[in-house]
Design a protein. Structure first.
Length: 261
């Protein structure tokens, strides 16, 4: 991720306020969660892919972020096609397995729905610096500074946890600890990482307290977070995408409110 931060931050999407990206993702996500149909999800996904070049996110980095979600969506699609609701023509029936028009339509809707929600969310937050998001939440939404800064500090330590896990594995292997038994090795290494995380978190909390992060009074910020016209344009753009997607589903007669299922 660190190799593409500079390019991403200089992209048109990277210069948008982090809070506007969060609002845009929420607007589109809520609209897609209201219905399970392939039309609204497909239209939303297609429009999002058209806007993808503005993020200037390398396809390899995008794929590395999306492949777990895409794999999960594909598994859910296959399971739904085999065990989903039965309606219309039945193509396969063997025990509990029933493949019909209804199950295939529902499977396609679930696949497109997951991708339509995941792709814009991943792209928006891949072009967002965690510090910018923390500044926006604290300065614009007026969330408690202690909570925001604590969450930011914890998020910054995620990369260290990954490195600690790798180093713990190498150290245990060098000492010949738990050479056999994957479950025992995993459990022991997880407990060691847990203890290490608590120690590092305690030290970080003490250091932040010593530097006055928990002091009362009005807090100043090194980087002011402001809402600009381009931020509103991004939110309006995603509102338009959500509106067009819902309108297309209603016009096609596929709109199915989730509570009506």
């Amino acid at each position: 991720m660190s190799l593409v931060v500079l390019d991403v931050r200089e992209s048109p999407l990277g210069r948008v306020n982090a809070l506007a990206k969060l609002a845009a993702a929420l607007v589109l996500g809520i609209a897609l969660l209201l219905s399970i149909d392939p039309v609204s999800a497909g239209v939303s996904l297609a429009l999002t892919l058209v806007l993808l070049p503005f993020a200037r996110l390398p396809m390899r980095d995008l794929w590395l972020r999306l492949w777990p979600i895409a794999a999960s969506a594909l598994i859910a699609c296959v399971a739904t096609s085999l065990y989903g609701r039965q309606s219309g023509t039945t193509y396969l029936e063997w025990g509990l397995l029933r493949v019909s028009d209804g199950s295939l339509t529902l499977a396609l809707a679930i696949l497109l729905r997951v991708l339509a929600i995941a792709v814009p969310s991943v792209v928006l937050f891949a072009t967002t610096d965690p510090t910018d998001l923390a500044d926006a939440l604290a300065q614009i939404l007026r969330l408690p500074a202690r909570f925001v800064l604590g969450a930011l500090a914890g998020l910054r330590l995620v990369g260290l946890l990954v490195e600690d896990w790798r180093e713990l594995g190498l150290a245990r292997r060098a000492r010949g600890v738990a050479d056999t038994g994957r479950l025992r090795r995993f459990a022991g290494q997880t407990f060691a990482l847990f203890v290490l995380a608590i120690r590092r978190g305690s030290k970080l909390a003490t250091a932040m307290e010593a530097r006055g992060f928990g002091a009362p009074g009005v807090r100043t910020w090194a980087r002011p977070s402001r809402v600009r016209p381009r931020d509103g344009l991004l939110v309006l753009l995603f509102v338009a995408i959500a509106t067009v997607s819902v309108a297309a589903a209603v016009a096609a007669g596929t709109w199915t409110f989730v509570l009506a299922l």
